[in-house]
Write a protein that binds this ligand. Sequence first.
Ligand code: GUN
Ligand code: ZN
Length: 643
Amino acid sequence: MSPFELLERDGLARIGRLDTPHGPIETPALLPVAHPDPARQPIPPVEMRRRFGVHAVITSAYITWRTPPLRAVAEERGIHGLLQFDGPVMTDSGAFQQHAYGAVEIGPEESLRFQDRVGSDIATVLDVFTEPDATHEEAAEALRETRSRSEAARRSRAGLLAVPVQGGAFEDLRAESAAAASALGDVLAVGGVVPLLEQYRFPELARALAAARPGLSPAAPVHLFGAGHPMTFASAALWGVDLFDSSAYHKFARRGGLLFPEGTVSIDDLREPVCRCALCAVRPLTDVARLPEADRERAIAEHNLLMSVEEIGRVRQAIRDGTLWELAERRSVAHPALRAGLEETLRHPGPFLATEPASRPSFREILPESRRRPAVVRFRNALDRFARERPLSDTIGRVALRPEYLGRIPCEDRSGRPLAWDAETPLGPVPLELSDLYPVGPFLGLEEFAHRARHRPPSSVTDELRGRPALDADLDRDWTDGWTRRQILALLTWEYGPDVANELARDLVGVRSRTSGRLRRIRRQDATLFHVGTDGLARPTFRGAGDVRAALSEDRGRVVVMDDAREFVAQGRSLFARFVAAADPALRPGSSALLVDRSDELLGVGRLVLAPHEMRRMGRGVAARVVAHARAPDAAEDADPEE
Ligand code: GUN
Ligand code: ZN
């Protein structure tokens, strides 16, 4: 069974769990580098766990092997004995020393045998470190060697194996390496990037990740070798990096470098109490600066580790909240190089789109770049499709996006011809009937606050429309019901296409919130068929899903459940990935899906956790949470308190 399980996610980023012989690693996780020589390790691993909440570390098998006294202890008492740590220990093979010193004297078989012998929880293949400035020929040759070593390593290693992804600056090689590693590795370790991190070449890092990403298996955690500065964590996590390792906390400490998520500060320049973290509250950094060399280094390393661990915590919380893009954008202002990296990331929306969620609870504008997030790219693509299907004449005007204006805007002219209107939104014009949808509906941006004056009384909208001589429509009646009908049709078209929408929308009525005026439910007679959430999406109840199933052709909108799990799903238990027989590839995380059995009987309505292409590849974990089911079909129909 796969050792990795995905628990929560925000796009490519995920909260997961990697099981190891010494316990699980909750990801994203920072694996601080622990020097195998206790005399050279400023914070013992047990202390990292006790005081900093670090649960796993990485150490160099190569340094251990080539240092006879360390090797003797490791061979006798294991790597855990050497580090005096009984949590998960990942070992690295020596490729980094090859980068730093040009060569290593250990061979790939010996490296792996040694890692096995000392009981490493995650052993790493001795890859060939490819410099970012290597030629294509050099990178390809090195990659061939890394691949054959990885294949041999997989044959000989029963335990967890980290397989490096190399390929230098070449997209084709990164992609090939990612796919090859995915076939072999329990951990997919993106390597050869230390020079990019050290030299702040973040756009090149983004390009390497963009090239590797599509080939990386969703079923294995992704490790980024050498990413240890907390200002990089959020942007790397965006790409789905689950494991970070670095000696940065210690390396910077030697030179008096204080790590913060907002950048690096030299302790020699500090005169003010800029930090009040748990450590600095007891001993201010200005006092640390005056400590003797060794004590100072240790104190700064502790501070740096704390900052790093806290930032991992913020990344994890942001994934749970669906706000990782916001965190990454906020962090990107730490340094123009990070901002350039974000810019490069935005040029590669492709790898994000397959796991881009159907919606998030909110959309907060942080930078001008916020308007180019994958969520916006996907919304625009879907709008283009909708425009082709929209059964209306040309748009005749634009109106500000305020629910209270809706009733003032005629949706037909005097001859009964439908009038199309666009809402003016921060993301550009959007058909009025779709303007509650994520990301435009929940969009919270500058305009909201900068142009308060634009919020006019609803009557002024009528006055303005009266000034349009070409508009031959009744401006004295309340058009809310017309808009409700059109919105129902539009939301169902958005989800299911125009044919199904037309069939479903017959005799449906909408219920609007009394406070906000927004459409909240779609009903037929006494039954609620769809709920409309703050993301503006129409999500079916069990009754609604029954109607959708009847209208929607056989393969669409569905996740087909294997017989073994049929009863569980019908009773509302989560659907696990291994019980998925098939899934409509157009669904995505956060989508509402029809959960059906093999004879297309409806078992429940699911909210997807995994994208369809992931369901086939993940051996473990929840594929969909069941939100309404056959045994309690009305459970989700509780009255909406806002109506
Ligand atoms: N540490 C930093 N970079 C690398 C790399 O590319 N490969 C390995 N094995 N370790 C590393
Ligand atoms: Zn501090």
